[in-house]
Design a binder for this molecule. Sequence first.
Ligand SMILES: C[S@@+](CC[C@H](N)C(=O)[O-])C[C@H]1O[C@@H](n2cnc3c(N)ncnc32)[C@H](O)[C@@H]1O
Length: 277
Amino acid sequence: MTANLPYFDRLFEGLRQQNPEVTRVFGRHVHWGYWANPNTADGSDEDFALAAERLAQRVCDAAGATDGLRLLDCGCGFGGTIASLNDRFSNMELVGLNIDGRQLDRAREQVQPCNGNTIEFVQGDACQLPFADNSFDVVLAVECIFHFPSRDRFFQEARRVLKPGGKLTLCDFVPLPITLAIMKGLPKVFQTGVAETYGSVDCTYTVADYRNLGRTTGFTPILEEDITVNTLPTYPVVRRVFRSTGNPESDRATASIEWVSRLGLMRYWIFSYTALS
Ligand SMILES: C[S@@+](CC[C@H](N)C(=O)[O-])C[C@H]1O[C@@H](n2cnc3c(N)ncnc32)[C@H](O)[C@@H]1O
């Protein structure tokens, strides 16, 4: 099973070289940060790591994660969200799934169960889940659905493995409808730059698309939250890390995402749904 994820290649290289910025910023979570008040962000690695932990906790709280539940984290990265749940709750059955075996090796090294929790890391594709029907209380997809081959297929698979009443919760980069027209008119170089850093990414799903997808795959929406402004202090930190790893082109690609986000054209949303019976 292979995945085209150039930014993870860069992160692994940084970790191998024991680059302290990479370790502090992306050693646990590989997603954006959340600042309740973005003016308080100080741009440091430590502040960013706390903000990334807050984002994970917000998504887990939106899913109603709590003691005793069986939870699947799809696209689990280095296991940061599983680690956060493991620290906060007890007697959970935590399963992390990732297409990239290298990330799972690191997750297994980094995250040891405590508080009566069990943890399993499984290699697989979020669109073909290797799990039984009705076997989870919660399915998460933290900042990864844009890589999946099909959102529709992922929602169908999440519905299949969730018990009725279970929760599907995710966060994603969501364009305004007008942004789609603008994106079509942008020079190819813009999209190529993003793909060269972030790999295969589809950020064309609007809020209306998410509403429709939930309806057609057996879910009721319970939360839709636009947290774009709370994530904006992420960009200077991520761009600095790319410069520190000798990847100025990744800094530029991230700058282009920063500007569509600062202009409000690309939003960052959390969505949560209940699985219908
Ligand atoms: C931005 S990272 C987020 C990682 C993690 N959720 C976190 O928040 O730290 C995107 C993740 O999606 C994973 N991924 C990409 N395509 C996938 C697929 N088809 N099935 C499962 N995981 C996938 C990548 O390997 C990567 O771990």
